[in-house]
Design a protein around this ligand. Structure first.
Ligand code: PLP
Length: 370
């Protein structure tokens, strides 16, 4: 089955095989492994030994995003969140339920966050000291200019948390060039092509220490993760996911073998182009214009034909060996296809063919947007 969702992504056979190895989490072999893995992740993020730390957390992207909000934004403090779409909405909810005060910054649909509007919002309300930004908005497919947003945040003397869950590994990110960034967060199972179950924050050590004790959740306290990693290098506070981390380490071997970030971005971009152009050739309308379409996920308008039915379409694709989401995260009906994971442009061409076959099977004649 060709899995085309924006995470958890299709993985290479080597990554799946690495799940078969058993570990004891407190064993010295596993602790040394964890120390090496953290150093590896730190390097990929552009972190500097002694200034930044790569902090693992069990679980998914929401867990690490909430952990970063709790660990860096004091209780009751405001956090400015550009309203980029479904995933910024999620950050707003995580912040609110954690007792922080989200302040949303409107962003026009299908556009990138304007760094000047971030600067203006911070100037208008000097009590806002934190910004939470989504790098790749998985809801829409737009990539936001996080380095430029970071410059605006830096000039305002504020700080930033970056949700890079669907960006990290494919889109460039250099923590050493972004001192305003308290933490960048991501998981193993998107652009780094590991399996689901492990998340990371790469964070500034000084800011983490400054906020120690404020998380209000032992499970999601990154300062506590740091303390543990210093007291007993390579050990975890609670049961980690050793097999998942081992598979992730293998995924990083493959990442390096591919050449790292730039070649991965190039492959995903070629995947996206193949699918995007293929949809237009079938008479369908992608959600975004080509200038703003990012390489991670393509949303396509549901066709206006009364025979359209998302679940029926997804089932018809599945019969053709292609698995996509049976929901959408856009304001109007779409279907969504991930361009990331261990997949190639040839796979995307197969997917285009499958879409053509599924539309034919469902009898979809009017293919323009509903
Ligand atoms: C996938 C994703 C998350 C986290 O989702 P989980 O289901 O919790 O892993 C967060 N932000 C973005 C932008 C994402 O794409």
């Amino acid at each position: 089955m060709l899995l085309l969702i924006p995470g958890p992504v299709a993985t290479a056979p080597e990554v799946k095989a690495a799940l078969a190895h058993d570990f004891a989490p407190w064993d010295n072999e596993f602790r040394e492994f964890t120390v090496r893995l953290r150093a590896r992740v730190l390097k990929i993020a552009g972190g500097v030994e002694g200034e930044h730390a790569a902090l693992p957390l069990q679980g998914c992207g929401h867990f690490i995003t909430e952990a970063a909000l709790r660990s860096f934004v004091p209780p009751g403090a405001k956090v400015l969140i550009p309203a980029t779409g479904a995933y910024s909405d999620r950050m707003v909810r995580l912040a609110r339920e954690a007792g922080r005060v989200p302040v949303t910054l409107p962003v026009a649909q299908g556009t990138r966050v304007d760094p000047a509007s971030v600067a203006a919002a911070l100037a208008d309300d000097p009590s806002i000291r934190h910004v939470g930004a989504v790098y790749s908005e998985t809801g829409s497919g737009v990539i936001h200019d996080v380095p430029a947003i970071g410059r605006a945040v830096r000039a305002s003397g504020a700080r930033m948390i970056v949700d890079a869950v669907s960006a990290f590994g494919a889109l460039p990110f250099d923590l050493s060039a972004q001192p305003e960034t308290d933490a960048v967060v991501f998981t193993a199972n998107k652009c780094l092509e590991g399996v689901a179950g492990a998340a990371f924050a790469v964070a500034r050590i000084d800011r983490l220490r400054e906020g120690a004790g404020q998380a209000g959740s032992w499970s999601l306290d990154l300062a506590d993760v740091l303390t543990m990693s210093e007291r007993a290098p390579g050990s975890s506070r609670f049961t980690p996911a050793p097999q998942v981390l081992n598979a992730f380490n293998t995924a990083l071997d493959l990442y390096e073998a591919e050449g790292g970030q730039a070649p991965r971005l190039a492959r995903y971009t070629a995947n996206m182009r193949t699918f995007y152009d293929g949809m237009r050739a079938l008479g369908l309308t992608p959600w975004l214009s080509p200038e703003i379409q990012g390489p991670i996920i393509v949303n396509v308008h549901a066709p206006a034909d009364p025979a359209w039915n998302l679940q029926g379409f997804v089932d018809a694709l599945k019969r053709r060996g292609v698995l996509i989401s049976n929901f959408f995260n856009t304001p109007t009906p779409t279907f969504r296809v991930g361009c990331i994971g261990a997949v190639t442009p040839a796979d995307m061409a197969r997917a285009v063919e499958a879409v053509g076959g599924a539309l034919h099977e469902l009898g979809i004649k009017e293919r323009r947007a509903a």
